[in-house]
Design a protein around this ligand. Structure first.
Ligand code: IMP
Length: 401
């Protein structure tokens, strides 16, 4: 049995949560393999809106169990709060439905303070300031504290060593005290104890009989190795990381579904060749609700960059694209795409539909065919609105399992 991977093909916020949520209807497990609570997935069902950050997007289907893999980082205080908010919307989320790998590294107040301090210098890249980068730094430095370390006798000593080595003169002192960080570890000890997965290879057997869905966070262009460095996140966002970041048997992975937005958005610094600074950009930002789900920051807006998209498709080896938010561009007289370094304009669509629910408008079809011609793979589905039901499959929904 092969298990699908959903990844973002741009700078995050492509709408992966929605497609993961739809595929999760049939999943036994939904697995996150990278990143932490820098991610923000909004799932809208009728009038209800649920935002997840660290918890995988399978959370709304009672049969789907959710796994936070070894390649992720976990802010225990934020995770407890997120779980409480999800439970407050009537979703049951006990240890039977959520597991956190014992190898995932913990984000503590000191990591957040280091992130904030760095952002105030010229080396800042516009992070979400959730402490993600510093958590991966202490991991690679082999000084980090993992979920599974929470019950070790040496925990206090480990924390002291970490604080001593990472003490910086410009860091906020209040977030760098022993008490503040110890308090977070205590929250983690209590809150995570029933949720830890202690298995070395949790899916080695499960993947033969249970349906797993792997959910990437952020997007290919934010990958630490292959993204637009240094304006990247600190984890591996490519589909190939799903194996190492879970861990998941490599032979059980695929197909890769890439999610791209019909235009570009980006938060934080870094190049955005097609950026729109005019009223068109403003209109798209407002209509698309392009404000960060994690930080509330207004997202930068640009036309679709097909050159980058093609690179992303190749880097993550995806075989099909889901194009989200085509409805946001309804009413634009023309729609831009960057191709081979030049901005081209295609006629805009004034309506989503030629035949409601059955055929997309001719102009939108032309836009989709242009994307397919450049990428060489199909756009299998198109986002037609905010709601869970607003996804139009141009081709039969892939039989993933
Ligand atoms: P960090 O992941 O918080 O370190 O931020 C590094 C860069 O990745 C910044 O440009 C962030 O805005 C961006 N980023 C991180 N997570 C997301 C996300 O989920 N969506 C969009 N951008 C993100």
């Amino acid at each position: 049995m092969k298990h699908p991977i959903v990844v973002g093909l741009q700078y995050g916020d492509e709408g992966k949560g929605k497609i993961t949520d739809i595929l999760a209807q049939k999943a036994d497990w939904v697995i996150r393999f990278n990143g932490g609570n820098n991610a923000g997935h909004t799932i809208k069902i009728g009038n209800q809106k649920i935002v997840t950050h660290s918890v995988p997007s399978g959370v709304l289907y009672p049969q789907a169990k959710n796994f936070i893999g070894a390649g992720c980082v976990v802010d225990p205080v934020a995770l407890m709060k997120e779980c409480e908010e999800i439970r407050a919307s009537g979703v049951s989320l006990g240890p039977d439905r959520l597991k956190v790998d014992y190898r995932a590294h913990l984000t503590l107040p000191l990591h957040r303070a280091l992130d904030r301090a760095r952002e105030q210098t010229r080396q800042g890249v516009g992070t979400t300031q959730r402490g993600i980068g510093p958590t991966y730094v202490t991991k690679v430095d082999r000084l980090g504290i993992r979920v599974g370390d929470l019950w070790q006798e040496s925990l206090q000593e480990r924390l002291k060593a970490l604080m001593e080595i990472y003490a910086e003169k410009d860091v906020e002192e209040s977030a760098f005290t022993f008490d503040e960080n110890w308090a977070a570890l205590k929250v983690a000890q209590e809150g995570l104890k029933d949720f830890v997965s202690w298995e070395l290879t949790p899916f080695y057997e499960a993947f033969q009989k249970q349906r797993c869905l792997l959910e990437g966070a952020q997007g290919v262009l934010l990958d630490i190795d292959h993204g637009i460095y240094p304006y990247v996140t600190s984890s591996c966002t490519l589909a190939s990381s799903a194996a190492a970041g879970t861990p998941f048997p490599l032979s059980g992975l695929g197909p890769v579904l890439g999610v791209a937005k019909a235009y570009l958005t980006r938060v934080g610094q870094g190049p955005l060749k097609t950026e729109l600074f005019d009223e068109v950009g403003e209109r798209i930002r407002k209509k698309g609700g392009e404000f960060g789900a994690t930080t509330g920051r207004p997202r930068r807006i640009g036309w679709l960059d097909l050159d980058e998209l093609k690179m992303a498709v190749r880097l993550t080896d995806c075989t099909a694209v889901v194009l989200s938010k085509a409805d946001v561009l309804v009413g634009e007289s023309r729609v831009g795409v960057l191709h081979r370094g030049s901005l081209e304009f295609l006629p805009g669509w004034q309506d989503m539909w030629r035949v409601p629910g059955e055929k997309l408008s001719q102009e939108l079809e032309t836009f989709l065919q242009k994307i397919e011609a450049v990428l060489g793979i199909p756009v299998v589905a198109v986002g037609t609105g905010m709601d869970r039901k607003d996804l139009f499959w141009r081709q039969a929904q892939p039989a993933c399992w």
